[in-house]
Write a protein that binds this ligand. Structure first.
Ligand SMILES: Cc1cc2nc3c(=O)[nH]c(=O)nc-3n(C[C@H](O)[C@H](O)[C@H](O)COP(=O)(O)OP(=O)(O)OC[C@H]3O[C@@H](n4cnc5c(N)ncnc54)[C@H](O)[C@@H]3O)c2cc1C
Length: 453
C-alpha cells in the first residue's frame, strides 16, 4: 500500500527509526560514547532548545555551549545526524543557492553578492577548522571541486562562470579543455571540458556529523537522539517541546529541521519550504583496470552542467559515488525505479562501468525556497524562535556556518546586519503548498528538456 505523508512525500521518508541505508552508515566509526544522552525523559529545562540534530542544529549547539556558555539542549527524531547531514554526497563546496551568479548580483547588488560569497568561503574554512580544532577525521579528499560540461555547447557557460568566480568574487579557478581534462582527470561520454574551483573538498558526511556531535557534547550541550518533538506549546515566555517520553522547557527555540520539517511541527514555516529528493548510488570498489578504462585519476568531487545535475566522486576505497535528482514521491517502488535509472545513467556517462554492481542506494531531502536562497532568521510573530535552513543542496559548508551564525545572534555577539542579505527574511509562502509536488514535476520536465539541448 502506498502511504503518502501529508507532508508531501511518502511516510517512510520521515521514519527516523529506520536507517538511511547509506554507505556512510556502514563505514563510519560509531558515535563516541556519552555523546547521545538518548531519548529525552521527564521534565527538563534549558536556555536554548534546538530541534534537529544535523549540521545546523549541532553547530548551533556546539557554538552556543563552547563560545557563549549558554545552556543548550538538542532534540533529534532519529540518531544524531540521521537527516541529510549524515547521508549527503560529502561535497564541501559553494554556493548554497539556486540563483545564477548574475541573478544574485541583480537581485541583491554587487556588495551583498560579494558578502554572500565571502561568507561561504568562510563556511568551507569553518568545516576544515572544526575538524582540525576538535581533532576528528572527516576523511577529506581533493583540493576544490570540478564543474564538468556535459555537452559541447555547455563549455561556454563554464568560461562565463570562471570569469565571475575569479574577477567578481576573487576565487581561484582553472579551465580545462576536453583533451586536457581527459589527460589529467578522467574521460567520459559527457565530458567536454571543465572548471576547477580550487575552494572546497570532499568529506565523509557522517564522520563530520558524528565528530561535530561529540564536540558539542564535550562543550556541554545536551544531545538527545530518538527524541522527536511531537507537540509544541508556549505559555508566557516559556516554550514547551514535547516528545513521547519527556518535555523540554526553554525561553528560545532554534528550528534546524531543514527538508525534514513536518507541517505538524511548524506549519507556517513548512509551507515556505520545498523539500526535494536527492538520490545516491555507490558501487563496489573498482579495480585498477576499471579505473584505467575511464582514465580515472582524481579525488576531486565533480558535478556536471545538467540542470538535473549528476554529482559524483571516487571514495578512498575506490567505490564510485553517483548522485542525481528525479524521484518525486519517496515511495519504496519509486526508489527501486530511481536506483535502476541511476545505474543506467552512470553506465551511459561511464560506459566502462555500466555492469559494475552498486552496493548501496539511498536518498534524502535537500531543501529549497521559492526565492532560491537559504534563510536565517527569527519568526516574524515570535522573536524567540529562530531558524536556519534551505541550503539548496549545498549545506555541508553552509549549514555549520548558519548554525554558528544563529548561536552568535542569540548570544548578541552579532546582529542581522552582519548576515548577508540573500539569507535574510522568512522565505515566502509557496502558493497552494499542497501542489508543490506538481510544481516539481513541471520543473523536472522542463529541466529534462533543457538538458537535451
Ligand atoms: C542525498 C543528499 C546529497 C547531498 N549532497 C550534498 C553535498 O554533496 N554537498 C552539500 O553541500 N550538501 C549536500 N546535501 C545537502 C546537505 O546534506 C544539507 O543541506 C545539510 O545536511 C542540511 O543540514 P541540516 O542540519 O540543516 O538538516 P538535516 O541534516 O536534514 O537535519 C535535520 C534534522 O531534523 C530532524 N527533525 C525533523 N523534525 C524533527 C522534530 N520534530 N523533532 C526532532 N528532530 C526533527 C531530522 O530527523 C533531521 O535529522 C545533500 C543532501 C542529500 C539528501
Amino acid at each position: 500500500m502506498t502511504r503518502y505523508h501529508k507532508n508531501m512525500y511518502h511516510a517512510n521518508m520521515y521514519d527516523a527509526a529506520a536507517p538511511a541505508g547509506s554507505y556512510w552508515e556502514d563505514d563510519a566509526p560509531p558515535l563516541s560514547a556519552g555523546t547521545d544522552l538518548g531519548p529525552l525523559s521527564g521534565d527538563t529545562i534549558c536556555d536554548v532548545a534546538v530541534i534537529g540534530g544535523g549540521y545546523t542544529g549541532l553547530s548551533a549547539a556546539y557554538h552556543l555551549a563552547r563560545d557563549h556558555h549558554i545552556d543548550v539542549a538538542l532534540l533529534e527524531s532519529g540518531p544524531l545526524g540521521w537527516g541529510a547531514s549524515g547521508r549527503n554526497g560529502g561535497f564541501c563546496s559553494l554556493p548554497p543557492m539556486s540563483l545564477t551568479y548574475t541573478q544574485l548580483i541583480k537581485r541583491y547588488g554587487l556588495d551583498e553578492a560579494r558578502r554572500f560569497m565571502a561568507s561561504q568561503v568562510e563556511a568551507v574554512e569553518l568545516v576544515a577548522n572544526l575538524s582540525a580544532d576538535e581533532g576528528f577525521d572527516i576523511a577529506r579528499q581533493g583540493g576544490g571541486t570540478m564543474h564538468v560540461a556535459h555537452a559541447p555547447g555547455r563549455f561556454a557557460e563554464l568560461v562565463e562562470e570562471a570569469e565571475i568566480l575569479s574577477k567578481t568574487f576573487g576565487l581561484s579557478v582553472e579551465l580545462f579543455s576536453r583533451e586536457a581534462f581527459a589527460e589529467q582527470f578522467y574521460d567520459s561520454t559527457e565530458q567536454f571540458g571543465a572548471l576547477h574551483n580550487k575552494l572546497g573538498f570532499g568529506l565523509h558526511p557522517l564522520r563530520f556529523a558524528r565528530g561535530l556531535a561529540a564536540a558539542a557534547a564535550r562543550a556541554g550541550a545536551r544531545l538527545h537522539g530518538r527524541s522527536e518533538v511531537i507537540a509544541w506549546e508556549k505559555t508566557g515566555n516559556e516554550h514547551r517541546l514535547i516528545t513521547s517520553s519527556g518535555t523540554l522547557r526553554a525561553r528560545r527555540v532554534i528550528i534546524a529541521t531543514n527538508g525534514f520539517t513536518k507541517s505538524s511541527l511548524q506549519k507556517n514555516l513548512a509551507d515556505r519550504l520545498i523539500p526535494v529528493l536527492s538520490n545516491i548510488i555507490v558501487t563496489r570498489p573498482l579495480t585498477a583496470d576499471e579505473l584505467e578504462a575511464q582514465k580515472w585519476k582524481t579525488e576531486l568531487p565533480c558535478s556536471n552542467t545538467r540542470r538535473l545535475l549528476y554529482y559524483y566522486r571516487m571514495l578512498p576505497d575506490h567505490r564510485f559515488l553517483f548522485g542525481a535528482r528525479g524521484d518525486l514521491t519517496g515511495s519504496p517502488e519509486d526508489g527501486i525505479a530511481m536506483r535502476a535509472q541511476m545505474e543506467k545513467q552512470m553506465g551511459t556517462v561511464f560506459p566502462h562501468w555500466k555492469d559494475v554492481e552498486t552496493t548501496h542506494y539511498w536518498r534524502g531531502f535537500v531543501c529549497m525556497t521559492s526565492r532560491l536562497t537559504p534563510a536565517i532568521g527569527e519568526m516574524p510573530d515570535d522573536k524567540s524562535v529562530h531558524f536556519a535552513l534551505a541550503y539548496h543542496g549545498d549545506g555541508v559548508a553552509c549549514a555549520p556556518w548558519a548554525g554558528r551564525a544563529l548561536a552568535n545572534l542569540i548570544a548578541n555577539k552579532i546582529s542581522f546586519a552582519e548576515i548577508p542579505a540573500p539569507f535574510l527574511g522568512i522565505p515566502p509562502i509557496i502558493p497552494f503548498p499542497s501542489l508543490r509536488r506538481w510544481y516539481l514535476r513541471a520543473a523536472l520536465g522542463y529541466y529534462h528538456f533543457q538538458d537535451k539541448q
